[in-house]
Design a protein around this ligand. Structure first.
Ligand code: NOJ
Length: 560
């Protein structure tokens, strides 16, 4: 079966349609100044590694001044850099260097909420019940004679109610404010024209500085239903819905008008400035609405990220994304991991089910992990992903074969989910550990030798075998597989944008497709070996191949 593809990128202006973008979780990438936290100097020093890896662009998680209640997704100033990461002039130097190396840079914007330490929110609290500053957030009186029950039944994604009651400047218990995430992340009121103007000005600030693109945090949450109605019984799902067309705070029609305005801002620059939506909206057709021609450029495809290691599940996720995106002329965007989900190597090392995998939270692990199996599948999975039409996001450390660290000592856990879930959900720290670069023991070159502090999360000693240094030059390593695959993807005319045609003769548990000109990808998700088509040249395989057979949980790229 042929699946509609997208038009191949015509020129460098369209780089974003097929780019491989590397996600830098700055706190954990490389510590340049020895305080145990990653920073811009550390990243600057490691840029040659990223060039050598073969990626086209970087996406850096929020780098703004922040109390770090939610890893920087609680922004206190949208036009500066947090001192723990560096300065604005470090950022300028970084952007220049990134461009000099032929890479592009995306940053993160957090428009659904600010930090409770943002001057706007502080002014809203200090100004009393009737001040104009309150209109920038969502304040409401409580329910009941004393107003001591929250205004509605909305839930925080991190657990508990989505409302917190404030104490007014005169000491009385006051109204409540909405926070779909932590209480330190008050939701902004997107009905306010002032809010709209301010965020467009923030976009310009960073685009003027040379940033090539912006990832939009919880893009599907910014607009709330008038009157803030209660959630119905079927709406009590977190960060996913759209099965319900009229959810009171996810995926509302009003967000599209905002993004049309943002697109006009991006289009006012002579060189491309692009957006990437983090919109968890369930169906591909809903996602496609965010990337219509006059809206955002790209959007993460979470159906693919959450799909289990099953041929049918993956094929359905691939087909539905390709056809929904093609219908609006946008490229599909694939990723296997990010800073919010259990690392895919660990997910794939567990028994697979037919449905989507619950990746957002790390509830008590559903069972032991077979890391060898997870590694084998992760090797196959990256060959599959890099062979698909469209763009790809890699999450730092996946190229080293890092696994989710599920036994971090409780006293080290920092994700707000841990506290807000009453210690039932360990949260996302396990995928956010500092990168192991070199050496035989923690901190594995993450911090310089003269470091004053240990890294902000402890690395497992077993990562000794996974450092970038240990893997470099080892032909069987994950890192060398990524390097080779990225090189081939860059030079092979079939890869990147385009179309794919499924091989209708493939047996169950095997995904096999061709891409013109002259490329075939075969992935065996079953247990037994399957014969490879004859007379084909092997470009790359995830495991050593013998006698024309592709073993289980393995993938191969072939020249036709
Ligand atoms: C999605 C981000 O990826 C996540 O890390 C963050 O906690 C929430 N949005 C809230 O900003």
């Amino acid at each position: 079966m042929a699946v509609p593809g997208n038009r191949p990128s015509a020129d460098a202006r369209d780089w974003w349609r097929e780019a491989v973008c590397y996600q830098v979780y700055l706190r954990s990438f490389a510590d340049g100044n020895g305080d145990g936290v990653g920073d811009l100097i550390g990243l600057y020093q490691r840029l040659p590694y990223l060039v050598g890896l073969g990626v086209d662009a970087l996406w850096i998680n929020p780098w703004f001044p922040s109390p770090m209640v939610d890893g920087g997704y609680d922004v206190a100033d949208y036009r500066a850099i947090d001192p723990v990461f560096g300065t604005l002039s470090d950022a300028r130097a970084m952007i220049e260097e990134i461009h000099a190396l032929g890479l592009r840079l995306l940053i993160d914007i957090v428009p659904n909420h600010t930090s409770s330490q943002h001057p706007w929110f502080r002014a809203a609290l200090a100004g009393g019940p009737d001040c104009v500053e309150r209109d920038r957030y969502i304040f409401r009186p409580g329910v009941g004679p004393e107003g001591d029950a929250p205004p509605n039944n909305w839930r925080s994604v991190f657990g508990g109610s989505a409302w917190t009651r404030i104490v007014e400047p005169d000491g009385r218990a006051g109204s409540w404010y909405l926070h779909l995430f932590a209480p330190e992340q008050p939701d902004v009121n997107w009905d306010s024209p002032l809010v709209r103007r301010e965020f467009e000005s923030i976009l310009r600030f960073w685009f003027d500085l040379g940033v090539d693109g912006i990832r939009i945090d919880v893009a599907h949450a910014m607009v709330k239903a008038p009157g803030l109605p209660d959630l119905g019984p079927s709406d009590i799902e977190l960060l996913a819905s759209a099965a319900h067309p009229d959810h009171p705070h996810w995926d509302r029609e009003g967000v599209h008008e905002i993004f049309r305005g943002w697109r006009a801002v991006a289009d006012s620059y002579p060189e491309p400035r692009v957006f990437l939506a983090e919109a968890c909206v369930g169906a591909s057709e809903r996602l496609a609405r965010y990337v219509r021609a006059d809206e955002l450029h790209t959007a993460f495809n979470f159906d693919y990220l959450t799909a289990s290691w099953r041929a049918d599940t993956l094929r359905i996720a691939i087909n539905s994304s390709l056809s929904a995106m093609a219908a609006v002329g946008a490229p599909a965007i694939w990723a296997l991991s990010n800073h919010d989900v259990v690392r895919h190597l660990t997910r794939y090392g567990r028994p697979q089910s037919d449905g989507p995998v619950h990746t957002l939270a790390n509830h008590s692990p559903p069972g032991p992990v077979d890391l060898a199996l997870g590694t084998r599948r992760a090797r196959a999975a990256v060959l599959l992903m890099l062979a698909l039409p469209g763009g790809v996001y890699l999450y730092q450390g996946e190229e080293l074969g890092l696994w989710e660290v599920e036994d971090l000592p409780e006293e080290t856990l920092q994700d707000p989910t841990w506290e807000r879930s009453g210690h039932t959900d360990r949260g996302r720290d396990g995928c956010r550990l500092p990168m192991p670069w070199s050496g035989d023991a923690p901190p594995f070159g993450f911090s310089p030798d003269h470091a004053q502090k240990v890294p902000w999360l402890p690395q497992p000693p077993q990562w000794k075998q996974l450092t970038a240094q240990a893997q470099t030059g080892d032909e069987q390593s994950m890192l060398e597989l990524y390097r080779k695959a990225l090189h081939i993807r860059r030079v092979h005319p079939a890869l990147g944008e385009g179309s794919l045609a499924w091989d209708s003769t493939a047996v169950p548990d095997v995904l096999s497709f061709t891409r013109p000109p002259g490329f075939r990808c075969v992935v065996n998700l079953g247990q037994g070996a399957v014969p490879l088509p004859d007379h084909r040249e092997v470009l790359l395989s995830s495991v050593p191949l013998e006698a024309g057979l592709l073993p289980g949980d393995a993938a191969v790229w072939l020249a036709r």
